[in-house]
Design a binder for this molecule. Structure first.
Ligand code: FAD
Ligand code: EPU
Length: 338
């Protein structure tokens, strides 16, 4: 196994931030992970597991060892009349895995087409889009405990999934390497086209009867028209979560800002569209040095050229401050800050 020193991470994070890792290794076997995790040289060093780098902002060089997860393989492990259980290794590219399911008529993940990153990170923040979250068809995952090299299995309940949350993002942060994820896909599809733009897009495509493939294509079309391509402009998707406020706070806000974009939640709270809040504060399309707020989607911060992680971070702080001042709402960063 090769361990690089002072290794550039610029091409390994979609923000394109020029940070480096004190040590860096790419692992394509579980034994490889075990070997490095028990190596005396690295035992006391900080560890960072890296997938596709599409939800990370480096604000400094990483002074430990970055472990790039390159475990590969997709396997059907069980079938019933209604379901197919598919186990994908953590280093598989998420969209390619979704395409495998879509092509083979296994339903459940089609609304999550074209999300960047790898399978291993999908449970980290319970990735979601267009009315679906992975928790809706997640079965279980296997993870290697960094401290003692044992393999643990986590069920859906054990992952404590929430909106952009799981046990791995908070409680067990940096304690496990996710090595594989098993999804339970439907053989008889249950389409979710409730997210407004999907139906409109299917209509535009001339599709009368939805199919797994058509929904996947519709989602890809919508995403490509709205979100910046990280290969062209550095970004990590939504930089903040959509904030949740109480019903009482929402009524007060609505009196002052009747046009506020919001979604009622089952618990009586209300989710606000952070993109709307940010746009109303005048940030949409703003450029500060090489950092900026995307001109089509105010929730996405971008690196136009050579912004540092700190410039992006400082911009995010200014946005949070102005949303707090104007609306008395606290934004929370969604991106993992290193
Ligand atoms: P990384 O950025 O490499 O890592 C993210 C975090 O997970 C880090 O803390 C890392 O240490 C940890 N991690 C990664 N792999 C493992 C592992 N195997 N074991 C343990 N920890 C691990 N997200 C959504 O939810 N919905 C969207 O619609 C969406 N759209 C996006 C659009 C764009 C253009 C971009 C750039 C990003 C978008 N994202 C979206 C965010 C991102 O794609 C997801 O969060 C994705 O799952 C990150 O995967 P990754 O492999 O790149 O993770
Ligand atoms: N809006 C504005 N101005 C903007 C952006 C949005 O007013 O600049 C308002 C519009 O009214 C729009 C609404 O906000 O209709 C919602 O916008 P959009 O449909 O683009 O979705 P979002 O809430 O901004 C969320 C996720 C995305 C996911 C999309 C689609 C979060 C933090 N973001 O964005 O996930 O792809 O919905 O489901 O929940 C990500 O996590 O990285 C990500 C891209």
């Amino acid at each position: 196994m090769i361990v690089h020193e002072n290794y550039s991470l610029k091409k390994l994070n979609t923000f394109g931030i020029g940070a480096s890792a004190r040590y860096f290794a790419e692992l394509s076997s579980i034994d490889g992970f075990r070997e490095i995790l028990s190596d005396k040289q690295f035992i006391d060093k900080q560890k960072l597991v890296l997938g596709g780098g599409s939800n990370i902002l480096f604000t400094k060089n990483f002074d430990g060892i970055v472990l790039k997860n390159n475990l590969k393989g997709i396997k059907i492990i069980k079938e019933t009349d209604d379901y197919c259980f598919i186990k994908a290794s953590a280093g598989e590219v998420w969209h390619q895995f979704v395409m495998y399911c879509v092509t083979n008529n296994y339903a459940g993940l089609e609304n999550l087409s074209l999300i960047p990153g790898n399978v291993g990170a999908s449970p980290m923040q319970n990735i979601g889009a267009y009315g679906v979250e992975i928790k809706d068809c997640f079965y279980e995952l296997e993870a290697l405990h960094i401290a003692d090299n044992t393999i643990h299995t986590f069920t859906n309940a054990g992952c404590k999934f929430g909106y952009r949350e799981s046990v791995f993002k908070y409680e067990y942060r940096n304690q496990f390497v996710i090595i594989s994820v098993t999804y339970q896909l439907r053989k008889k599809p249950l389409f979710n086209t409730s997210y407004g733009a999907i139906e409109k897009e299917l209509e535009k495509m001339g599709i009368k009867e939805p199919s797994i493939q058509a929904i996947s294509r519709a989602v890809c079309n919508i995403r490509s028209s709205k979100l910046p391509d990280p290969a062209k402009i550095g970004n990590a998707g939504s930089f903040f979560k959509n904030p949740e406020i109480t019903g009482i706070k929402y009524s007060l806000l609505k009196q002052k800002f009747p046009e506020a974009v919001s979604y009622p939640l089952a618990n009586g709270n209300v989710k606000l569209a952070a993109g709307w809040l940010i746009e109303q504060c005048g940030w949409k399309g703003k450029i500060v040095g090489d950092a900026g707020v995307h001109k089509l989607q105010a929730l996405v911060l971008v690196n136009y050229n050579n912004a540092t992680g700190n410039e992006i971070y400082e911009l995010s702080q200014k946005i949070m401050d102005s949303v707090k001042e104007k609306f008395d709402v606290d934004l929370e960063r969604e991106v993992n800050i290193i």
